[in-house]
Design a protein around this ligand. Structure first.
Ligand SMILES: [Cu+2]
Length: 161
């Protein structure tokens, strides 16, 4: 009697595990979002080994990316972001991810991240064929993002040396 009940429980247990595994597989197959997260984590994990391109022009593409993603410039360089696609983008600094003594920057000329966020899309949207320029006067590493495409992993870095 006991033996029988244990067998039944064991069978149920196995079925439960199989059910969970089935759900997980289905989820990652069907979700584009999860795929994006995975590739972002891979990039993030290798960030110490990422190369910094010596460039002062960054293209914004319909792939929802800044190209190159990481640039290195010398102090006093004016960086130009060009929209080479048809989808609008912003260049918006993360307030907490720029050097302590650096000025805030964002397309639209905002002086804070919250102002940039509030002002979009009326201001700060760089449309097809348009560009945005900013001159970096303080050394350090800056991280910025595109307001409408942050969730797609559209972030970039400028290292000023
Ligand atoms: Cu964008």
């Amino acid at each position: 009697m006991n033996q029988t009940r244990r067998n039944v429980l064991r069978v149920l247990g196995v079925a439960g595990v199989a059910g969970v595994a089935g759900c997980t597989t289905g989820g990652s197959d069907g979700s584009d979002g999860e795929t994006t997260t995975e590739s972002e984590e891979t990039t993030e994990g290798g960030s110490s080994g990422e190369s910094w391109e010596q460039a002062s022009t960054v293209e914004m593409t319909d792939d929802l990316a800044y190209a190159p993603k990481r640039i290195e410039v010398s102090k006093g360089t004016t960086v130009t972001w060009e929209n080479v696609g048809s989808i609008g983008h912003t260049i918006t600094a993360y307030e907490d991810e720029i050097p302590d003594d650096a000025s805030y920057f964002a397309s639209g000329g905002f002086d804070s991240q919250s102002a940039a966020s509030d002002g979009y899309p009326d201001e700060g949207n760089v449309k097809e064929g348009e560009s945005y320029e900013y001159t970096f006067e303080t050394k350090g590493t800056y991280k910025y993002y595109c307001i409408p495409h942050e969730m797609n992993g559209m972030v970039g870095y400028v290292k000023v040396v």
